[in-house]
Design a protein around this ligand. Sequence first.
Ligand code: CIR
Length: 255
Amino acid sequence: YEFNAAIVREPARSVVNGLRADDRGNPTYDGVKAEHAAYITAMQAAGVEVTVLPALDNFPDSIFVEDPALAFPEGAILLRPGAETRVGETAEIAPTLKAMFSTVLDLPSSGFADGGDVLTTPRSVMIGLSARTDRAGAEGLVASLDRLGRKGEIVQTPEGVLHFKTDCSLLDEETMLTTERLGRSGVFDGFRQVTIPAGEEPAANALRVNGVVMVGSDYPRTIEMLDRLGYNVVPLKTTEIGKIDAGLSCMSLRW
Ligand code: CIR
């Protein structure tokens, strides 16, 4: 969770048509834009140098740069997103990554993998199988991670959950913030686990960046809990991006 640099992408006007599992109405462009701007400011305040890429109107979900690639200090990996409308986002972000990293690997297999299913912990890089990340994609990713000297670990995302990280985030070296349903599956055995209060599940996609933990401001019980545990919480509005199934990790690629 210590990051010096991040890439974000401006939301396009088409973001209002972003993918979603349940339709609770379109987000507003202005609302998404404001949430995105506050996120960039919070990243910078946390000590991260942020590169802002231009909006891509042909890709409504391209604001979620976490999904088409992975970035580590030792190199980047280009992924193959599991949603048909998002596959082309990889080619859009590739030139930026090739300019910034000396090592940029491709996903070797024929499968699919979304960055939202990938959680880096001190123990391993966890890859959650989901409707977006299949076994071939996950195995290919393990091979690419190995080339970067990192250990991949394939796990299962709970049924019906978009991404593995929809339901969890790393709070510190030994502590995981997790929904009850994901914690119960045992994937975080060996970690200290902090469980999201019932009813605030979307708060699990929080983001630890250097000294702070960014948490959706619509989740007061989670904020209070983390505050009481001594974390330096920065609440950020995610109401509009939440309508298209996104949280705080999705909007940046960090390393
Ligand atoms: C999608 O369905 O792909 C977007 N509407 C939301 C992606 C969220 N990304 C993430 O959790 N990493």
